[in-house]
Design a protein around this ligand. Structure first.
Ligand SMILES: C[S@@+](CC[C@H](N)C(=O)[O-])C[C@H]1O[C@@H](n2cnc3c(N)ncnc32)[C@H](O)[C@@H]1O
Length: 409
């Protein structure tokens, strides 16, 4: 999310105001951000309406797309790109939540935590300036409970819920070693029994609990009378339903209906991949795009054929073998003799075009994420909470850097 030193955090009436503006913007331009260039061939539907923009984007290199990926609003492309970029940027502006002064923490608290994870945890914790001092933290989908320990190091009670028993055991071990009185419980938060773990005296916190998992917390915490909670969501597309289930009455009334694919858009921002990882991802995508050309020819149909994610070792195989194996997996007819080298080359060309065409879609990544966060904020408001929404860490520390703070007096 673009954070501006002068941009305010969102609260009170501004939550609904911004939601309505984003809702209108996203609805108006759905034809630009819904279609995924990866699955459309030879053209993406919006190209007929904006031929100059399409030609310009298609002429750019893969390196251009990579450089522009995290800052699509800076791309000097033909209309309507700059106008949309300016609108998207303005609608996504959000201030940083005020931070508590740096506390004096025992150094050993951070020793078992990877560096970037610790930065996220510390930044999250420093934003929790609730009016009433929390007595009992509940770390929701806690992993090893690093966040909970950072919050409870001053002696408050801590319960950590997590469904992976290995993480529960490691977490309990770490808490005991650090002298923190924590209860690490193996619990599937989606199970009916999860409701019994929540009490009014708890202050639940959830850092990067995926889709349904944090939504479940919002429901249970408000039902069980929790006075305050803090949630930084992620993976909006990890849901059981086939479509997004809006939470607030305002979003339920919206004509914007989101598929799982749509919900993946905010997650397409990559800030963490290293050079090797990026090369591997590019190679995998170029091969998929080349295979897509082939499968359209073999099946005699101009339709994208979804393929499963494949082990990285497949990329070490010659391209012909890759295609033949994938064709067998998808039960396609025999591929016969092909100019494999030329086909693979076409995959790379297509990758450069797809990535550049995606820059238009990427303009809507942040507006859509903020729309989703505001739906959660409005839901909590309807449940009687005062809600503040802002960033808690930098995008470089985590692209999922938005935090919802809710308190009920
Ligand atoms: C992205 S991690 C976040 C962990 C921790 N909050 C942090 O920021 O380090 C999500 C965690 O949710 C846990 N999880 C996934 N599904 C769950 C479920 N149904 N019930 C409880 N925990 C779950 C995973 O095992 C994982 O530890």
């Amino acid at each position: 999310m673009p954070t501006d030193t002068y941009a305010p955090i969102l609260e009170k009436a501004a939550l609904l105001e911004r939601f309505s503006a984003l809702d209108a913007f996203l609805r108006e331009h759905q034809l630009l951000w819904r279609p995924r260039p990866f699955v459309h061939y030879p053209t993406v539907p919006w190209e007929t309406e904006h031929p100059e923009l399409a030609t310009w984007l298609r002429a750019q290199s893969l390196a251009h797309a990579d450089a522009a990926h995290n800052q699509p609003h800076r791309v000097a492309a033909p209309a309507p790109f700059p106008q949309l970029a300016a609108q998207a940027h303005a609608l996504s502006l959000i201030g940083q939540l005020p931070q508590l002064p740096e506390p004096h923490l025992p150094a050993r608290l951070a020793t078992a935590v990877p560096g970037r994870k610790w930065q996220q945890i510390d930044a999250f914790a420093r934003c929790l300036n609730f009016k009433k001092r929390p007595q009992h933290w509940l770390d929701w989908c806690a992993g090893k409970g690093h966040l909970g320990r950072r919050l409870a190091h001053n002696g408050s009670a801590l319960t950590c819920l997590e469904f992976n028993p290995q993480l529960v055991n490691s977490g309990q071990h770490l808490s005991s070693k650090l002298g923190i009185h924590a209860q690490h419980i193996t619990q599937d938060v989606m199970a009916d029994t999860a409701a019994t773990q929540l009490h009014a005296a708890h202050t639940p916190v959830a850092l990067h609990a995926c889709g349904d998992l944090h939504v479940r917390l919002l429901h249970l915490a408000s039902q069980h009378g929790c006075k305050q909670l803090a949630v930084a969501p992620c993976c909006y597309n990890r849901i059981q339903h086939t479509h997004y289930q809006a939470l607030s009455s305002r979003a339920q009334r919206s004509a914007l209906h989101l598929s799982i694919d749509d919900l993946g858009l905010p997650l397409s921002e990559t800030v963490t991949a290293g050079a090797r990882e990026r090369r591997q991802r590019d190679c995998s995508m170029a091969r998929r795009l080349a295979f897509d050309l082939l499968q359209r020819q073999v099946r005699g149909t101009d339709e994208y054929l979804p393929t499963p994610s494949l082990p990285a070792a497949w990329l070490d195989r010659p391209f012909a073998e890759y295609c033949n194996r994938l064709a067998a997996l998808k039960q396609l007819p025999h591929l016969g003799t092909q100019d494999w080298q030329q086909l693979e080359q076409r995959g790379w060309q297509r990758l450069a075009q797809v990535r550049n065409l995606e820059l238009l879609r990427n303009l809507f990544r942040r507006p859509l994420e903020l729309w989703l966060l505001l739906d959660r904020a409005l839901f909590l408001q309807e449940q009687g909470y005062e809600v503040r929404l802002g960033t808690f860490c930098t995008v470089e520390q985590s692209p999922r850097n938005m935090l919802l703070l809710a308190e009920r007096t």
